[in-house]
Design a binder for this molecule. Structure first.
Ligand code: HEC
Length: 379
């Protein structure tokens, strides 16, 4: 055990807690409401975060935690204001950060913390970075318009009859303010007739599916209008085993448009429209549309977030005369940890039209926003 370091950190943490409860208010000027956002920040936060928002040197603040750089748009633009207001009001631990980030709830009103956060948010001066509040909850099927740094593990299973479980590992990596690369590695288990067995005998097979490589770019975003729009393209490579039902005959290309709009009272709508073109004999051109309507709720004022959503999906082959199957997917996304960068979503895909031969499917994912920390951080 490193006694020296731990001792001081413990001492300072206790001090910070005591100061948080009583001293912070005493240190601040009386006329808080007269101060500009910037002056309020200087009075309350600059002692640690620095006048310019880049964070004072560790040697000056006397604790080990590195201070964030609020002028770094790559970091600052993506964090939703609501999370920062929670941290300013309740202290670092409310989002799984260090208690060296004190709680200002006794010293500042929520409105005053919101004004300070507005100032911090203005320190990223490059408008090309879409703001974190436009990062709407991820639905089970529709691709969203916000560029992400994420790991998603998806799984799906049919609820009756034909035993089949499938899913995918999805890796999303941002580059620049508005672009994103994506790699999807699907996998599956299927129950197929066993050629060697007797009548009705089946055998479980498993394997990887068709690898997907994609790019996405956000062409429009406005935090005032609460609106974001992106275009994306993907190639689907025939890496999966077609005889096991885990892949297609050849390469396919997909293009899509994604749109998100924030609505009043933490509600939102997302739309994805796209098409798929196969480059092999016998493949059919396909078009799809997905619409998601949802609303986020919070447990208590600062706690876990819950987002019930309803997603509608229509998918059809473009050849004339074929019907358009419609699916409805009620689902619930929820944060799993305190930092809220590990999220889960679970729902059921219910065939609404053309139901014969199509069974209901359970769909779920676990998502890690890896920019905000590793899987085991912030619980
Ligand atoms: C006593 C020093 C100190 C003061 C004063 C202070 N902070 Fe902090 N703050 C920290 C530390 C340390 C961290 C980093 C915590 C971590 O990484 O675990 C931090 C982190 C943060 C974060 C989290 C950023 C992220 O990573 O998402 C926000 C937001 C924040 N502070 C806002 C404020 C606001 C607003 C004020 C003034 C009202 C303020 N801080 C005052 C020490 C301080």
């Amino acid at each position: 055990m490193r006694w020296d370091g731990s001792f001081w950190v413990l001492g300072l943490a206790i001090l910070a807690t005591c100061v948080g409860a009583t001293g912070l208010a005493a240190q601040l000027p009386d006329d808080l409401d007269e101060l500009s956002d910037a002056a309020l920040y200087e009075a309350a936060c600059a002692n640690c975060h620095g006048q310019d928002g880049r964070g004072l040197d560790r040697a000056l603040v006397g604790f080990e935690e590195a201070l964030p750089d609020f002028t770094d748009c790559d970091f600052a633009a993506r964090e939703p204001e609501s999370d920062w207001i929670a941290i300013g009001h309740e202290g670092g631990p409310v989002r799984g950060f260090s208690m060296m980030m004190p709680a200002f709830g006794e010293a500042l009103s929520v409105e005053q913390v919101a004004r300070v956060v507005r100032h911090i948010k203005s320190l990223c001066t490059d408008p090309s970075w879409p703001r974190g509040k436009l990062n709407l909850p991820r639905a089970l099927l529709a691709e969203k318009a916000f560029p992400e740094d994420e790991w998603v593990t998806e799984v799906g299973a049919s609820l009756d009859g034909d035993g089949a479980v499938d899913g995918a590992f999805v890796w999303e990596q941002r580059f620049g303010p508005r672009s994103q690369l994506e790699v999807v590695i699907p996998y599956g288990w299927a129950e197929l007739p066993d050629a060697g067995g007797g009548a009705g005998a089946t055998d479980w097979v498993s394997g990887f599916g068709d690898l997907v490589l994609g790019v996405k770019h956000t062409f429009y975003h406005s935090s005032e209008a609460g609106r974001i729009f992106a275009l994306g393209a993907e190639v689907v490579l025939p890496t999966g085993d077609e005889t096991k039902g885990l892949g297609a005959d050849g390469t396919k290309a997909e293009a899509f448009a994604s749109f998100g709009q924030i609505l009043p009272s933490d509600a939102f709508v997302q739309v994805q429209l796209g098409g798929e073109k196969p480059f092999y004999d016998g493949g059919e051109n396909e078009a799809f549309a997905r619409v998601v309507l949802g609303r986020t709720f919070t447990s208590g004022r600062w706690g876990r977030s819950w987002t019930p959503m309803v997603e509608l999906q229509a998918k059809r082959e473009l050849e004339g005369g074929v019907p358009t199957p419609l699916d409805i997917v009620p689902q619930m996304q929820f944060s799993l940890n305190t930092r809220q960068h590990v999220l889960g979503n679970i729902g059921v895909l219910i065939p609404a039209t053309e139901t014969s031969g199509r069974s209901a499917r359970l769909l779920a994912y676990v998502l890690l926003d890896w920019f905000d920390g590793g899987f085991f951080e912030g619980w």
